[in-house]
Design a protein around this ligand. Structure first.
Ligand SMILES: *Cc1c(COP(=O)(O)O)cnc(C)c1O
Length: 405
């Protein structure tokens, strides 16, 4: 029942290429994932055979495009187990989804209200809330981190009060890989009447979230992190909440009637999908979910955790190597530094060996500030990576250290 990684690697054309004369070893999966042929083919197929604008035409091609777009929404609904398909809003990705929600809360909150976000957040999760607070005077409170990269749950409970109106935490941290205890956070927040928004961008490629079981109010993801195309993602919102939030952008598709005196808005989900959407992106998103579900998330989780354990054990053999974030529950991400060596220099040498890792702050400066560092090297593994690649990474890293020391 294990995953056949050699067969899987054949599905990803890019894994056959070379970089600087060496086979590409792609360990930057936390930034974006690679795309299987099936997803790439569905994009070509759309443009070659049924490209048309949706929801408007009575003609055949437009109806085919509309059906494919709405079918993608249904696949997403089913995958995340949302109750209604109109609770799935197709956005350009997590950043767009969070801005949509933060903008919606601008007129719903005032200076007596507080919102609680974690120190573990991506910049895309911090800035929209700061912008909202500037407009309505609500206060931003922060759930602190602990040394092992987990959130300080006791502190969360202390900071949560009946002033808290929104709680915002990522499901999985992109900087450290920590899996947060979101189910507990959601139920505690609900006891005090706060709405909860979970950023699932980093979680969705590693595990399957059941939104009804979590009882979450809002959940976001980006398709490009889960083998789908860039520029498409989703905002899930409970129907009651999406009906309460004002629309984010005005334009075509999102209206019901327009006169110069007054405009009435369309029903969900169109209320939040102004203009011509990323039709082909949605189709690719749906096919990426099909692809992952055909492999099966149980197999993906088991294999990735094997890769994580293997790589962690190997890397710990390197003198002065320090791993940031060793939460009990984490995904296949290793953020590290070696002595005083600069992450950028290590990343540059690894690239010469064809190895793609990320260096720097990973869009999470507060996390780096917490550890008192300017950045890390981040190696993040996916189900199409192998132990052999990890061995090569380990050997190359040792060479890089020797060159820089
Ligand atoms: C990638 C990522 C984001 C940002 O996603 P975009 O697709 O760039 O909008 C936000 N949060 C986390 C945890 C991420 O990993």
């Amino acid at each position: 029942m294990t995953l056949d990684v050699n067969k899987i690697r054949n599905d990803f054309p890019i894994l056959k290429r070379k970089v600087n004369g060496c086979p590409l070893v792609y360990f930057d999966n936390a930034a974006t994932s690679q795309k299987p042929s099936k997803v790439i083919a569905s994009i070509t197929d759309y443009y070659e055979n049924y490209n048309s604008n949706i929801h408007r035409g009575v003609h055949t091609v437009s109806q085919e495009a509309t059906d494919a777009y709405e079918n993608a929404r249904k696949k997403i609904q089913k995958h995340f187990n949302a109750k209604h398909s109109e609770e799935i809003i197709l956005t350009s990705g997590t950043t767009h989804s969070i801005n949509l929600v933060a903008n919606g809360f601008t007129s719903l909150l005032n200076s007596d209200d507080e919102i609680l976000i974690s120190e573990l957040e991506h910049h895309s999760n911090i800035v929209p809330w700061q912008m909202m607070c500037e407009k309505n005077g609500a206060k931003l409170k922060v759930i602190p981190l602990k040394d092992n990269g987990e959130l300080d749950y006791e502190s969360f409970l202390k900071k949560l009060s009946n002033k808290t109106k929104v709680v915002f935490v990522n499901h999985v941290s992109n900087a450290l890989g920590t899996i947060n205890p979101i189910k507990k956070i959601i139920s505690e927040s609900h006891k005090l009447g706060a709405a909860v928004l979970i950023d699932g961008a980093q979680a969705s490629s590693h595990l399957k979230a059941d939104l009804q079981d979590l009882n979450v109010d809002f959940y976001t993801t980006s398709a490009h992190k889960l083998c789908g195309p860039t520029g498409i993602g989703m905002l899930y919102g409970k129907k009651e909440w999406l009906e309460k939030l004002p629309p984010y952008q005005g334009g075509g598709e999102m209206i019901s009637e327009v006169t110069f005196e007054k405009t009435t808005y369309a029903e969900l989900p169109n209320k939040f999908e102004a203009g011509t959407p990323n039709i082909v992106g949605a189709i690719g998103f749906g096919n990426a979910l099909d692809y992952l579900n055909e492999i099966g998330f149980e197999k993906i989780e088991a294999y990735e955790s094997e890769l994580l354990d293997y790589a962690t054990t190997r890397l710990k053999n390197i003198p002065n190597l320090k791993i940031y974030g060793e939460a009990k529950n984490k995904t296949s991400v290793i953020s590290f530094n070696i002595g005083e060596l600069h992450s950028y220099d290590l990343g540059t040498i690894l690239d010469k060996y064809g190895i793609a890792v990320r260096t720097g702050q990973h869009c999470a400066q507060p996390v780096m500030d917490f550890f008192g560092i300017s950045g890390t090297v981040r190696a993040s593994f996916s189900f199409y990576n192998t132990k052999k690649e990890i061995d090569y990474f380990y050997e190359s890293l040792k060479k890089a250290v020797a060159m820089l020391s």
